[in-house]
Design a protein around this ligand. Structure first.
Ligand code: DC
Length: 236
């Protein structure tokens, strides 16, 4: 096998919101001893930054210039049940960006090519040496098409909305299930139908419908598939 045919030692997990990507990604990262890269957090952070600076999203040049002043630091969680810490230019925005409003804003800015290009480069730099679990919408298709272990998780929209709703309630936030369902459907539509890097399954991804599965079942299935692929195609 030539170097060109070997794959990157990266776990790429894509799928729509509420499908369980973050939860299983954290557990897979701990199980393998890999770093966890939450690419959705990066889109949320950029949305927060552009909003705070009142950047005109239709002005490509101004947007590109504004992004030069954006810096992000993702701090690994203490346990595999915690979210990663997110700092934008030194400000702790972890809580601020994990709201339904910022989710919608992230979905809106994520269709802008300049934003995608900027964050894709950053994500690739995190994966240069392999040993990461990265999750999002285009990780297996665009960011790391050469990843050895690709997964696409999907699930029934109402079930996904229920999970998001439960997450928000557990954080003490007020929410309505019907609003969350509406937002889930709207984000699905934005993310699947945008022209640049839409949410779709990579040809070589392993598909899992998580609707009726527990977190443990999804993680076990994924670790088995990673083992199978590792034996068949040892990554570089
Ligand atoms: O995974 P999340 O819910 O935190 O993502 C927020 C939004 O960011 C999502 O609706 C679309 C966008 N996103 C993206 O376009 N590409 C990614 N790789 C990750 C997220």
């Amino acid at each position: 096998m030539s170097e060109k045919d070997t794959k990157l030692d990266i776990v790429a997990i894509d799928g729509p919101s509420g499908v369980g990507k973050s939860t299983v990604s954290r557990k897979i990262a701990v199980a393998l001893g890999y770093a966890y890269v939450d690419t959705g957090a990066m889109y949320r952070a950029v949305a927060y930054f552009l909003d705070k600076k009142s950047v005109n999203l239709d002005d490509d040049k101004g947007l590109g210039e504004a992004l030069q002043a954006f810096s992000i630091s993702l701090v690994p969680a203490q346990t595999d049940d915690d979210d990663v810490g997110i700092f934008v230019n030194g400000e702790d925005v972890g809580k601020l960006v994990r709201t339904p409003r910022l989710a919608m804003m992230a979905s809106a800015v994520s269709k802008i090519p300049a934003v995608r290009f900027f964050l894709t480069e950053m994500q690739r730099s995190y994966g240069e040496r392999g040993g990461i679990v990265a999750e999002g919408r285009d990780v297996g298709t665009v960011v790391f098409p050469g990843a050895a272990y690709k997964f696409f998780l999907d699930g029934n929209p109402r079930e996904r909305a229920k999970r998001r709703y439960a997450q928000l309630l557990s954080k003490g936030e007020l929410a309505s299930l019907e609003d969350i369902l509406q937002q889930t459907l709207e984000r699905d539509d934005n993310d699947r139908n945008r022209p640049v890097a839409p949410l779709k399954m990579a040809e070589d991804a392993f598909f899992i419908d998580t609707t009726a599965l527990s977190v443990q079942e999804v993680v076990a299935t994924m670790l088995e598939e990673i083992e199978r692929r590792r034996e068949k195609f040892p990554p570089r």
